[in-house]
Ligand binder design. Sequence first.
Ligand SMILES: [Zn+2]
Length: 211
Amino acid sequence: MSKITHHIPEEMLCAYAAGTLPQPFAVVIAAHVSLCDACRAAVETEAALGGALLSGMVPATVSEDAKERLFAALDSAPLPPPQQRGSGIFPAPVMEALNGQPPRWKMLGGGIRQQILSANAEGSLRLLYIPRGRAVPEHTHGGLELTLVLQGSFSDCEGWFGTGDVEVASDDVDHQPVAGDEGPCICLAATDAPLRFRAMIPRLLQPLFRI
Ligand SMILES: [Zn+2]
């Protein structure tokens, strides 16, 4: 993997560690964190700080009896499922979103393919496949878009993004990602509002994207 140079902004990592992000963003961040030592260390520090803060908030007046009942309840709680393993270019959080299955790509025209992993009021999460050298139609966002490169690379007005890199694009960015020449680019993208495509034809196609 190329060296990761575009990371998750700190305030977003804090929100992720606190569990307050919309689910599509949380999946993109979990996938980046699984690939990036620096962000993983930051999340672990954040989580430890949050835990210390929480334990400081537990009132000292909880009776021994209540504590015992709580620990008994925790002991009998079902174990969380074993962490799903990543597969190929897909880190574990992406495999989980794919229900352990390979992507079922839907053709969007121009060789571009996508699979929507989730789409609801919280936003949308999708995988995007861009053939080498191809561009995604120019678009702006009604909100925030997080894009993680899983394979290959892309460039846009914000810079060059290689495998493991994350682009955070706010609604004022009018961008047109173009896949690198080394091969197809596969990305995981989360948006918190529908994209607004600029050109007429992509706008007509937007219902197909369902994003
Ligand atoms: Zn990072």
